[in-house]
Structure formats: structure tokens, C-alpha cells
Design a protein around this ligand. Structure first.
Ligand SMILES: [Zn+2]
Length: 132
């Protein structure tokens, strides 16, 4: 139920995607441990390299508002298949995730997969490694 709401918010955010170059629209919605939801869309740039993914837009919005723990993040890209986060976004999710964080890959309001970070980024390099 909570996941469906999050997927729905990601779908809504996808409408604001600025993707004139790839035409690949993505929306994301982050649920923080405090119960707040932050949404984001991909924002492309003529220089390509300055493009920002939907997941990072949503996460950076949350972090910039003081929410640094992700309980779940929903991602919706193309709607005839599941869209996984890119490598950079997986690393950013890892920075703010816990062992319980869920990554929800939405196809539409009712079809979605629920993954853990370990499933999509096994052996992640995190802040824990810096102290070794
Ligand atoms: Zn990405």
C-alpha cells in the first residue's frame, strides 16, 4: 500500500521530466525515515554531462531539507518495463540507505518490483569502508 502510493508519486513526478534529448522520462519518489516524501524527475542538459537523474533529484531535495535516511525510493521510467537506477544513482542511494531500504521499480500504479540495495549494488563501497 505504502509502495503503491510512492510509485504513484513517482509517476506524477515523471510528468515534469525535462528530457528533450533522450525522450526517456523518469520520475522518482523518496520516502524518508521521518515519513516525508520528496519527488524528482530527470533533468537533461544540452551539454549532456550536466544531466541529473530523477533519483538524485529526489534524494538531493530530501537531503537539502535535512532528511538523510531513505526508507524507500520508487522509480518509474518506461512504462512497459521496469527501469533500474543507473550506477551513479545506486551509489547515491547507498550513501543514504540502511539495510532495510527498499528500492521500488515501478511499471505503473500496481505493477512494481521491490529490491534491496544489496540486490542492485552488491558489495557497495560506503562510508563504513572509509573507517577500515
Ligand atoms: Zn541515475
Amino acid at each position: 500500500m505504502e509502495y503503491e502510493k510512492l510509485v504513484s508519486q513517482a509517476l506524477q513526478a515523471r510528468k515534469n521530466a525535462y528530457a528533450p534529448y533522450s525522450n526517456f522520462k523518469v520520475g522518482a519518489a523518496v520516502l524518508t525515515n521521518d515519513g516525508k516524501i520528496f519527488t524528482g524527475c530527470n533533468i537533461e542538459n544540452a551539454s549532456y554531462g550536466a544531466t541529473n537523474c530523477a533519483e538524485r533529484t529526489a534524494i538531493f531535495k530530501a537531503v537539502s531539507e535535512g532528511y538523510t535516511t531513505i526508507k524507500a525510493i520508487a522509480i518509474v521510467g518506461v512504462q512497459n518495463d521496469y527501469t533500474y537506477p543507473c550506477g551513479i544513482c545506486r551509489q547515491v542511494i547507498a550513501e543514504f540507505a540502511t539495510d532495510d531500504t527498499k528500492i521500488i521499480l515501478g511499471k505503473n500504479d500496481t505493477e512494481y518490483l521491490v529490491k534491496t540495495l544489496d540486490e542492485i549494488l552488491p558489495g557497495a563501497f560506503t562510508k563504513k569502508d572509509l573507517g577500515k
